[in-house]
Design a protein. Structure first.
Length: 433
């Protein structure tokens, strides 16, 4: 039995398990472990064959080459648990035999793979990673194919992220934005929508990332409906830019939520309509409207601008457009307003993601782009700082929730028409007054 290669015994166990004759309780886990063991043992035996210059049953060893001398048990940590394998031993060599393959996998496989994934997520191409894992002799510890297979775990992570249950998140503020990416080679860039939220405890969390084709109503509605199907509750406030399709989808899918227009995007729109020499003053007064102490004061300052800048009708039309959404944040706690009046956090995330995708210019295809975007965004999200929530602010938010619910109930209440039929008094032609 000792003259049978360890890989053959492992293959027999694997064949028996696949035929349903094994006694293992967890079929999937044992299949994975046995398959990994078989691959490792075959690799180690092939390495020993190369060192000895003859096959397992071969004779006629040259002096100093050595001979096979049994096996030593090795252990490899994997996601399915510890995999034990038989490593062939070689004795009586002029130069002691050291298995290069075993050095690679000995207790370091998870770390190497995790490092490869992290490098890819931070913008290194598979070619870069292959080069970084090269040893002193220029031989790579991980081939480009192996790196590609390892980084595929990002896709599995993305799929789990994009389908997870969201009912556990009590989202107070929801932020939505999109970035144009080349999802299909030879075609125009398409929107990828991202959503993140501030929870009731102040923590920030990335909620969703999905292709939107373009920021039209249908794409955005589907994006939000997916969030709702997975249990996302009604937020108090939804923050977005001024894309018409996005706005309509928000109002359809979140009727019990207030809507905030991103002020950074709005100010960019205003700047394009104001002469350069007048922009500094116009901007200061517009910001005063948007960041007033209360919605009422913001409207008064807006009306004053409407009178003062009568010579700039296009700028005033832009200022007036969606103004109530621009000052929606003024209903909310003072300490939260700076954080909830823009989608800046997503803008910064997109900038980081774009920096990384430039490093991998051939990351075309929806799968490749989403995999890299997810890796970049989820890692950046881990560094987000939360929003402070005091007891007083929680009471304010509860009051706003009640106001929004009442307003929604009033809008959707059935209209009761008072069909009061008045009895008409008929005057007889014979009557005289």
């Amino acid at each position: 039995m000792d003259r049978i290669p360890a890989s053959e015994r492992t293959r027999e166990r694997l064949t028996a398990l696949m035929s349903g004759h094994g006694e293992e309780s967890d079929l999937r886990s044992d299949l994975v472990r046995l398959a990994a063991r078989l691959i490792i043992e075959e690799g180690l035996e092939g390495e020993a064959t190369d060192a000895l210059g003859r096959e397992y049953y071969g004779r006629g060893a040259a002096p100093g080459v050595g001979y096979r001398n049994g096996h030593r048990t090795g252990r490899l940590k994997t996601a399915e648990g510890v995999v034990e394998y038989a490593a062939p031993q070689i004795s009586d060599r002029a130069v002691p035999f050291r298995s290069r393959l075993r050095e690679i996998i000995r207790g370091r496989s998870e770390e190497l793979e995790a490092l490869a994934v992290e490098m890819y997520a931070r913008g290194l191409s598979t070619r870069d990673i292959e080069a970084l894992f090269a040893d002193d002799g220029g031989q790579s510890l991980l081939s480009r194919t192996a790196v590609s297979e390892i980084t595929e775990r990002l896709w599995a992570q993305y799929e789990a992220f994009a389908s997870r249950d969201l009912s556990e998140f009590e989202v107070i503020y929801l932020f939505v934005d999109g970035i144009a990416e080349r999802l299909h080679l030879g075609q125009a860039r398409e929107a990828v929508l991202a959503a993140w939220g501030v929870l009731a405890d102040g923590h920030k969390v990335l909620l969703h990332l999905a292709p939107g084709t373009k920021e039209d109503t249908a794409s955005c509605r589907e994006f939000f409906q997916d969030l709702r199907r997975r249990g996302l509750p009604d937020p108090l406030l939804v923050v977005s830019d001024g894309a018409p399709g996005l706005i309509r989808a928000i109002e359809e899918c979140f009727p019990r939520s207030a809507r905030q227009r991103c002020l950074v995007h709005k100010l960019r729109n205003l700047q394009s309509k104001v002469p350069e020499d007048q922009w500094p003053e116009f901007k200061a007064r517009a910001i005063a409207c948007y960041q007033a102490a209360s919605p009422a004061l913001g409207r008064l300052l807006r009306d004053d601008m409407m009178e003062f800048y009568g010579a700039l009708p296009s700028a005033l039309a832009c200022l007036q457009d969606d103004f109530e959404a621009c000052i929606a944040h003024l209903r909310f706690p003072l300490a939260h307003r700076r954080a909830i009046r823009t989608t800046n956090l997503l803008e910064r995330l997109f900038g980081e993601e774009r920096r990384r995708t430039k490093v991998i210019p051939h990351a075309f295809g929806e799968r490749a782009v989403l995999k890299l975007m997810y890796a970049a965004l989820i890692r950046a999200a881990e560094r987000w700082r939360g929003l402070r929530m005091t007891e007083f602010e929680r009471r304010q938010l509860t009051a706003i929730r009640n106001e929004l619910d009442r307003a929604h109930a009033e809008r959707t209440a059935p209209v009761v028409s008072a069909n009061v039929t008045a009895t008409s008094t008929r005057l007889s032609s014979k009557s005289r007054t």
